[in-house]
Design a protein around this ligand. Structure first.
Ligand SMILES: [Zn+2]
Length: 199
């Protein structure tokens, strides 16, 4: 996996740059300057390392974590001519088939457009006249048995599906338990910032 290799390479790179002055104090510098270390370089490398680490975590644990907080899955093609008909078809299906807290995902073929959460399928009526009804080809719905895990489920779905229209940091909302990927991401960032602290 590219991200796994890149994570290790950039971590070594960060350490090499951080210690370049120390190395130069012991052994004379070779030809050319040692790689520069600055706040800009540090922040860029930490950003890349975090992005790679998150990709690895999602790949390794994302699906299992999402499966743990969701129960059943429903997929519905959005059919009909025009906004009103498509809305009516989809919402009457939702009223009949769904209940309880849900994560809903609008798809256009294999492209994820939007991930949302709600404590009730009634929320889908807010999309009665939404452009998603025209743009999307289907709606995927996952039941979340525990309402306290809705925030975590939404965050995991966002990591896994990479929606085109993404809300910023969904897990930052006060919605019960935090996402395990985001928790680990924050722990890695803290560790990196502690290791490569600058005055
Ligand atoms: Zn998350």
């Amino acid at each position: 996996m590219r991200a796994r290799t890149h994570f290790l390479t950039q971590l070594d790179n960060l350490w090499l740059r951080r210690t370049s002055t120390l190395r130069a104090l012991v052994s004379p510098r070779g030809v050319g300057q040692p790689p520069k270390f600055s706040r800009t370089v540090r922040d860029r490398l930490i950003g890349e390392i975090l992005e790679d680490a998150t990709s690895v975590l999602i790949n390794d644990h994302g699906h299992a974590a999402f499966t743990r907080v969701t129960s059943s899955r429903h997929l519905r093609q959005i059919r009909g001519r025009g906004l009103l008909e498509r809305g009516r078809n989809l919402l009457s299906w939702a009223d009949n088939e769904l209940n309880g807290p849900i994560i809903y995902v609008f798809w256009r073929g294999r492209k994820c457009l939007y991930v949302g959460k709600s404590s009730s399928p009634r929320r889908l009526w807010d999309y009665e006249k939404s452009a998603y009804l025209i743009q999307a080809t289907c709606l995927e719905v996952f039941h979340v048995p525990r309402v306290s895990e809705l925030g975590e489920a939404e965050c995991l779905a966002t990591h896994l599906f990479g929606p085109r229209d993404q809300k910023i940091q969904p897990s930052r909302e006060k919605w019960g338990k935090k996402c395990p990927i985001c928790q680990r991401h924050d722990a890695i960032r803290e560790e990196l910032q502690a290791l490569f602290r600058m005055k």
